[in-house]
Write a protein that binds this ligand. Structure first.
Ligand code: FAD
Length: 254
């Protein structure tokens, strides 16, 4: 495939702020969303930056897509301010499981026909790590995950460096493909104030997701156990004996 201007689709997930302290909702199956601040999934900032770089090199356009609630237009506006040409919200108020989100993203791709789909390596809310491979499978595109360096050749050849335990793996494939990126693949740019202002009046397209039956269900969600509180001991001989007892009987490390 000889490269012409590329359509790059970048998938952005709308997740609770990393600094937020989520609570579990009354049904015990989901996060309580009220009063929680949401942001662009941190790994997706790298995917967006990579999409913009590919577009800058080859020409074409970047479509930013989020499957999420109306509040997610906020991260799509950020994508527009950073340089994406188009933004699309697939409106979902939290009814879709991971497979449903993948079906919605694949549905967009079937209409948009991108040469390249970029994602983050994981969405920090549900950490499924599965979107790139599922979307790739649904579209019949190859997918490469956890990519820390991406090189696209003029002929449409893709060379991706993957981080693996204790080393790197180099994978070669062809466009069209799905790539999920790892932190550090690039240094994301910041939006400039005039671009933030201009992005406020740009259109955000909106569609309904395709009708999909969930294939999995969250049956319970729990917060981690509270850490036991620390104890401060003195420096007497008795305290030393107590320390040894605690390490042996309670912490069970000696
Ligand atoms: C079993 C199960 C059941 C669920 N049920 C519900 C539910 O009932 N209600 C509810 O609110 N949520 C539900 N979710 C969560 C919701 O589906 C997640 O937001 C979605 O699955 C993305 O998280 P992930 O961990 O699957 O993605 P990952 O595979 O970890 O994400 C990798 C990348 O995919 C892209 N991506 C992920 N999600 C989106 C998105 N929404 N839009 C655009 N790009 C995206 C991003 O680039 C991201 O970096 C469920 C999740 C699971 C696993």
């Amino acid at each position: 495939m000889l490269l012409v201007p590329m359509r790059v689709m970048v998938c952005l997930s709308y997740v609770p702020d990393t600094a937020a302290r989520p609570r579990i909702a009354a049904d015990g199956k989901q996060i309580e969303r009220t009063e929680l601040k949401f942001i662009m999934n941190p790994y997706d900032e790298y995917a967006l930056e990579e999409a913009l770089r590919v577009r800058e090199r080859f020409g074409g356009e970047v479509l930013a897509v989020c499957v999420g609630p109306v509040g997610a237009t906020e991260i799509l506006r950020t994508a527009l301010a950073l340089g994406a040409e188009r933004a699309l919200l697939v409106r979902d108020e939290g009814t879709l499981d991971s497979f449903g989100v993948a079906m919605a993203l694949a549905h967009v791709a079937q209409h948009y026909r991108p040469e390249l789909i970029l994602m983050g390596r994981q969405s920090i809310d549900f950490d499924s790590f599965q979107m790139a491979s599922t979307v790739g499978e649904l579209l019949g595109f190859p997918s490469v995950s956890v990519v820390s360096r991406l090189t696209i050749g003029e002929g449409g050849t893709v060379v991706a460096e993957r981080d693996i335990e204790g080393g790197k793996e180099i994978v070669e494939t062809q466009l069209p493909c799905v790539i999920s990126v790892q932190k550090g693949i690039n240094e994301p740019r910041y939006p400039k104030l005039p671009d933030i202002i201009k992005a406020k009046s740009k259109p955000i397209e909106e569609i309904e997701p395709p009708a999909v039956e969930p294939v999995s269900e969250i049956v319970a969600m729990e917060l981690p156990q509270q850490q036991r509180r620390g104890r401060i001991l003195g420096s007497s001989d008795e305290d030393l004996d107590e320390l040894i007892r605690l390490l042996h009987e309670e912490a069970k490390v000696i």
